[in-house]
Write a protein that binds this ligand. Structure first.
Ligand code: PEP
Length: 249
């Protein structure tokens, strides 16, 4: 039985004071549920505040990106050892906003996975098609190509630790959600791709989330689908009362 992982992606929102306030408020309304894990992926400068704020709750903290070298002349970048020092449990990799605005490619995503996994930080790997690809009916081909390239050279043991977030780009921050059936179909498809790469047993262990305008109103239908093991939540993770309703799906 796979657990559900519901992760908030704060993107470039929240300063130190508002991150602290969020943790304080969220702790008051949060009750741990068996089989459901929560995480918040904070901006780099808010990671330590988030770690301190959620300490002792079982709520995990993640980063939103990393560099694929341990150190070097890479101005403005943050390495995996730096994240490990702060104690983050997760790191988002290949978010569509990074692919779209910061030239993230499947090659750099793959290098990042290969740094995170030995460091014990679990990647939340984002894949998904853009609107034109969905309209052309090539979403499966696009997502399969991403998964195959992103997992190149990664062992089955390591593959089990990767969380995949299926995020159709047309549903991110747009208020347009994939239907629960569309989300289930693509998450099941991704599990099939993993089965081709690693065998069915490994594929059954991998957590596959859906992300794209998840909110309290649609969380239950999406999160009760058999191949959807959680959600990556942007906008609705910024408000404690909204995120708790998703977590309580
Ligand atoms: C995201 O940032 O990964 C995301 C899914 O955003 P939103 O929930 O706002 O669509």
């Amino acid at each position: 039985m796979r657990k559900k992982l519901i992760a908030g992606n704060w993107k470039m929102y929240k300063n130190i004071a508002s991150a602290e306030k969020f943790a304080e408020e969220f702790k008051k309304i949060y009750t741990k549920r068996n089989g459901v894990e929560l995480a918040f992926c904070a901006p780099f400068l808010q990671l330590q505040v988030a770690k301190a704020g959620f300490a002792g709750t079982g709520i995990a903290v993640g980063a939103q990106n990393c560099h694929f070298e341990d150190e070097g002349a890479f101005t403005g970048e943050i390495s995996v050892p730096m994240l490990a020092e702060v104690g983050v449990e997760y790191c988002i990799v290949g978010h569509s906003e990074r692919r779209q605005y910061f030239a993230e490619t499947d090659e750099t995503v793959n290098k990042k996975l290969k740094k995170l996994l030995p460091a014990g930080i679990l990647p939340i790997l984002c894949v998904g098609e853009v609107l034109e690809q969905r309209e052309a009916g090539v979403q499966e081909e696009v997502v399969k190509n991403q998964v195959v390239a992103d997992f190149a050279g990664i062992s089955a043991e390591d593959a089990k630790k990767v969380v995949i977030a299926y995020e159709p780009v047309w549903a991110i921050g747009t208020g347009k959600t994939a239907t629960a059936a569309q989300a289930q179909e693509m998450c099941a498809f991704i599990r099939g791709v993993l089965a081709e790469l690693y065998g069915k047993d490994t594929a059954e262990e991998v957590l596959i989330q859906y992300g794209g305008s998840v909110k309290p109103e649609n969380a239950s239908e999406i999160l009760n689908m058999p191949d959807i093991d959680g959600a990556l939540v942007g906008g609705a993770s910024l408000v404690p009362e909204k995120f708790i309703k998703i977590a309580e799906f």
